[in-house]
Design a protein around this ligand. Structure first.
Ligand code: OGA
Ligand code: MN
Length: 379
């Protein structure tokens, strides 16, 4: 941490912002030697083993959603962040392409909501995948083709649809949460000691190589005693985990494809951000190494279906140059409902307009961006 400590000269003011800018910088590129890499690290001073509950999830239940047996998971915590858990790619070989396909082909479909709905008609955003696939699966036409809808996809919301302007969820904007992602989230949280997790809202973020996600806290959920889950697919990212105050300098770590993060307890409401997308490291199997044929090693009763050649080719190509992040949230506590909390100030979804893009163009705000193009900023 010596280099970083020197960089934060006056650590009284917003240390998070300084470190965010350090990692976001293009020229010269930042020194990444202080970034924790859980895929390589063994427990040490900062990185500690996480306690899992292998009894909470059977091997069959894990395999059904494409996960390795819990006893084989490499799960870590961080010394000064109680409640934070990092599971280094617990997916079975061959199951990641299925989840990537869900993120690119299935979840952007109606009735789910995406950024393209803000300025396009429902019929135009009906079949993002089908309308984009031709351009993507045909390698020669790639450079000559105009941007596809899939290229322009930035966010999708599931379940209780997050309203970017009011920063709230509401009872009157809910569509069924995808059963497969609910199941995956349920199994992971059970293994982490949170039985009964009810996935009610999801936000998918689609990052290009030059995207970043501003400094924020996820506090819109009504029950903060439930953990927040985050999945990463495709290119790697640098994730910054800070404290409860902007002055607290954050810890930098890599998120690689397949990694899962759980923010619970005292870590549930910490500042965090993604300043940079980086190449997947050497030696990390890219999606193409998990060819569609390897899905045959999956159980018969699995929710994880093998991909068609075309689907696999599109997913493989997409994840070589982009990153998909899925965050899953339980919004309400057991027995809780929106009616218990006054929502009179809340705007309706019809009011959700395209917010000012310049507002947080440098991606360094303390809060989520109020824009229909989400928090992700491209430079
Ligand atoms: C979020 C978030 C982090 C990531 O969507 O709230 O913090 O890893 N995402 O992209
Ligand atoms: Mn977040």
């Amino acid at each position: 941490m010596a280099k970083m400590a020197a960089y934060v000269v006056e650590s009284g003011e917003d240390a998070f912002r300084k470190i965010f800018k350090f990692y976001k910088r293009r020229n010269p590129p930042p020194d990444l030697s202080d970034v924790i890499d859980f895929s390589r690290s063994a427990p040490g001073d900062q990185v500690i083993p996480a306690i899992l509950d292998p009894g909470g999830v059977s091997d069959v239940e894990a395999a059904r959603v494409g996960l390795q047996p819990v006893r084989d998971w490499r799960a870590f915590g961080l010394q000064s962040y109680p409640g934070f858990m990092f599971i280094s790619n617990p997916f079975l070989l061959g199951s990641k392409p299925f989840w990537v396909r869900q993120c690119l082909k299935t979840y952007p479909q109606k009735p789910n909501v995406c950024n393209l709905d803000m300025h396009m008609s429902p019929s135009d955003t009906q079949d993002i995948w089908d309308k984009s696939v031709h351009g993507l699966s045909c390698p020669h036409s790639r450079k000559t083709q105009p941007k596809t809808l899939l290229d322009s996809l930035r966010w999708v919301t599931l379940g209780y649809h997050y309203n970017w302007n009011t920063k709230t969820y509401s009872a009157n904007h809910y569509t069924p949460f995808p059963a497969d992602l609910h199941s995956l989230s349920f199994q992971i949280t059970s293994a982490c000691g949170f039985p009964g997790f009810n996935a009610e809202a999801g936000i998918l973020n689609y990052y290009r190589s030059d995207s970043s996600l501003g400094i924020h806290v996820d506090e819109s959920e009504l029950d903060h005693s439930r953990p927040l889950l985050s999945f990463s697919f495709g290119k790697s990212a640098i994730f910054l985990l800070g404290g409860t105050r902007r002055q607290d300098p954050p810890t930098a770590m890599y998120m690689h494809s397949g990694d899962v993060m759980v923010m619970s307890g005292q870590s549930r409401l910490l500042y965090h951000a993604v300043p940079r997308i980086v190449a997947a490291p050497q030696g990390h199997p890219a999606l193409e190494m998990e060819g569609c044929s390897s899905a045959s090693t999956l159980h018969d009763c699995s929710m994880v279906e093998p991909l068609s050649e075309t689907d696999w080719a599109v997913c493989s190509r997409y994840t070589q140059s982009a990153r998909v992040n899925v965050t899953v949230r339980q919004v309400l506590g057991p027995g809780q409902s929106f009616s218990e909390t006054p929502t009179s100030h809340q705007k309706t979804d019809a009011d959700q307009t395209e917010g000012p893009h310049d507002q947080l163009a440098d991606g360094e705000s303390g809060t989520r961006r109020s824009s229909c193009d989400s928090d992700i900023v491209e430079t």
